[in-house]
Design a protein. Sequence first.
Length: 296
Amino acid sequence: MTSDVLAEASRRRSFAIISHPDAGKTTLTEKLLLYAGVVQSAGAVKARGGRTAARSDWMEMERERGISVSSTVLQFPYGDCVINLLDTPGHRDFSEDTYRVLTAVDAAVMVLDSAKGIEPQTRKLFEVCRAQNTPILTFLNKQDRPGLTPLELADDIAQTLQLAVAPMAWPVGPNGELIGLLDVAADELIRYDRTARGAFIGAEERLKGEDAEALGGKWLQQAREETELLGVADGGWDLEMFRAGHLTATFAGSALTNVGVRQLLDALVAIAPSPTPRTQRDGVERAIDAPFAGIV
């Protein structure tokens, strides 16, 4: 029985999405469902006309106002894993609900609006994660719009949150325009075909060598130089540092147009931890196969 519990637990990935309001976390939630094959078309956070509203916004108030006011748990299979995705309210009026959720997850995705960087609610929620050493994956959203450069965002994360940055998928293109993404580990340029309102998955193409150089040009070289700079400054990728909450695996893209969503979802399966033992109020660590315990 114990081995069955441990084997099943090892397949689980439970994470929350945290951000300041309007950074795009509910849109990202919807696109993760799309790429996991749970939905055939992605809805809009602010539904108008014939558009479909976001699935995680199930309350009438949420659908009318285009905001999340309650936490939603969405479970779905992806590859060999079972994903438990918790979409939390970003607005500070509903932050107590978010704080409770963050004590129950094994990882978190921090979504940043690339035009604004670290915002007050993002920082507050991050500190809750830091108190528990929760591993953080960062998604630099809205890279297809003018805003802070990727290096400025990385510096904001390092200076404001005291968190090392490990670039995993880095934007290629001038500020406000995405040619594609650089897969840092594979040194490949990922090109995307966009679809109307990002409602469907578009084709993706991985380019190497001359093909990548022809499409990316000087912007591809700039992306390589930026990731090398961050790698030298912060010691590169380190799984143990990531799982200890000292380093964030960083991805870039646009949730609205589906750029970078697949890479983020694949990373959640590959590097986010499965359920781990929890420390009780008396300081004793409780194993995952022990009798059930919950937060009330």
